[in-house]
Unconditional design. Structure first.
Length: 53
């Protein structure tokens, strides 16, 4: 599964870790995160994330 980086603050969403503080379980692909999820560091939406090669 690919990691995704916030283009605003540089936060990396790692599917292996998830975002437990926001209720996103480890192993959750970025595509399966709810559309209303926001970056835990700066608060921008999923549209401001890019896949990390």
């Amino acid at each position: 599964m690919s990691k995704y980086e916030c283009t605003v603050c540089g936060y990396i969403y790692d599917p292996a870790v998830g975002d437990p503080d926001s209720g996103i379980e480890p192993g959750t692909p970025f595509s399966d995160i709810p559309d209303d999820w926001v970056c835990p560091e700066c608060g921008v939406g999923k549209e401001d994330f890019e896949e990390v090669a």
